[in-house]
Design a protein around this ligand. Sequence first.
Ligand SMILES: Nc1nc2c(ncn2[C@@H]2O[C@H](COP(=O)(O)OP(=O)(O)OP(=O)(O)O)[C@@H](O)[C@H]2O)c(=O)[nH]1
Ligand SMILES: [Zn+2]
Length: 211
Amino acid sequence: MDAIVKKTDLGSAAEMLEPVQRPSREEAEEAVRTLLRWAGDDPRREGLIETPKRVVKAYEEWFRGYHEDPGKILGKRFEDVQGYDDMVMLTHIDVESHCEHHMAPILGTACVAYLPDRAVVGISKIAKVVEAFSKRLQTQETMTAQIADAINDAMAPRGVAVFVDAKHQCMTTRGVHHPHVSTITTTFTGEFKANPELRERFMRLCEQSKR
Ligand SMILES: Nc1nc2c(ncn2[C@@H]2O[C@H](COP(=O)(O)OP(=O)(O)OP(=O)(O)O)[C@@H](O)[C@H]2O)c(=O)[nH]1
Ligand SMILES: [Zn+2]
């Protein structure tokens, strides 16, 4: 029987390991040359000469979330909102991530809502938090939970709701080849978790915004 790998096991195992050393840019480019040879091509041919450099630059963009701190992003709050205490919700937040199993793109959208407790944050910061977690190697479940946790920890709102709908290219372009499958994940905290009506309102607004 296959072993069940729990995140907690991985966490404690990872804690015992030496911290990973970030390779130099040259080493990263050399790794790309190795993969090009593995794919069956010749990294010395003209069209591929600059490819390692471009791939490493693309990685900086796709994985920049490792260098972003969601707590800091959400650090500035506004209290002068005339007592507004209803849901603040963002829809159609683009999600461009990569799966941690195959490093293949995960493409979709997110809806995020929170119930403020006195203070709100600049709405762009919510989109930035989604980016900070999506620009990493992810599973959709982890990313969804991390977005909710970060908002919860930084703002202590009365509740957070996160909905992610995405396509995994490791499933659509390879493996099982199901090109139309979408994966939906949700995380609810606080009042969203406790109150089904509130949760349904969030889900309805999410669905409506997709039409
Ligand atoms: N739970 C979860 N699974 C994911 C996610 N992204 C990809 N996967 C799945 O992770 C699994 C990895 O499975 P493995 O059996 O280790 O690898 P594999 O043989 O390449 O899997 P196949 O994709 O089925 O060919 C696959 O079932 C993927 O569909 C994700 O965000 N969440
Ligand atoms: Zn995958």
